[in-house]
Ligand binder design. Sequence first.
Ligand code: PSU
Ligand code: MN
Length: 302
Amino acid sequence: MKISPEVEDALRRGGPVVALESTLISHGLPHPNNLDLAREAEDIVRQERAVPATIAVIEGLPKAGLDAADLELLASGGVPKLSVRDLPFAVAKGCHGATTVAATAHLAARAGISLFATGGIGGVHRGARDSWDVSADLAALARTPVAVVCSGVKSILDVPATLEQLETLGVPVAGFRARCFPGFYLTDSGSPLDWSVESEEEAARLVAAVRSIGQEGCGLVIANPIPEAEQLDPDLHDRALADALGELERCGVKGKDVTPFLLERFRETTGGESLRVNERIVLNNARLAARIAIALSTIHER
Ligand code: PSU
Ligand code: MN
């Protein structure tokens, strides 16, 4: 694995580092918005005085901390989506790959990075009772010592079932100043949470607590809702959701193409409004993760 000098230096000092995901760049957003967002997410982490480490596989080499050319490559299209089980293939074949939450968390943990920001994680798909389609993100979070700052899961998934799975897998979930699980585009998914944290410092203490009580192999979800004033119009949201799910059924899309298909369809139906909300979510989460990373580095100094 190749860790960039900037990231390596920060890790050696015990400084704040935030991992960022690349499937979101290659498969979550259209070109050129994806490239702009990839750069802006890194910028926002730097503005907070933390170090961004975008993660991907480039020519068979897993990397933490990408250069400008790597980001352009990921945003240009045609880069395969890699979950954890796909990583060895990309390495063995020497090809490029965009890492999902599962694969990014795995590589972040290998690099020694404990915070990771993204938009939404994968979860239990609707109809999973028949399809068994449950994202590998959930199992990865159960065994990978990385805290993921996200805005929940998209409503294209089965939100209550996803929360049940996280409970079964023993993954702690905390709302950031929220006692309800966020609904990605919507502030509130309607599913309650048992726990919340009220500040960046408290979130950092929680990250440290997972480790100090010996759950070394356990992840953590810090669920950061989009402010209500910035959420997608709930009526538009409900219409787009019904449409996307209907199209999925009609087109018979399966496997790892399901998530990108639904996201693209959602974007079309909302006239790009979902894209703007999605961008805001990613930037908000990158900022929060950077602040928690800074609070965590001061805990470690003490
Ligand atoms: N949710 C989003 N945007 C995304 C994804 C999820 O709102 O781009 C991506 C993430 O990379 C996540 C992956 O890890 O989809 C989950 O895909 P699957 O269901 O195939 O595991
Ligand atoms: Mn799947």
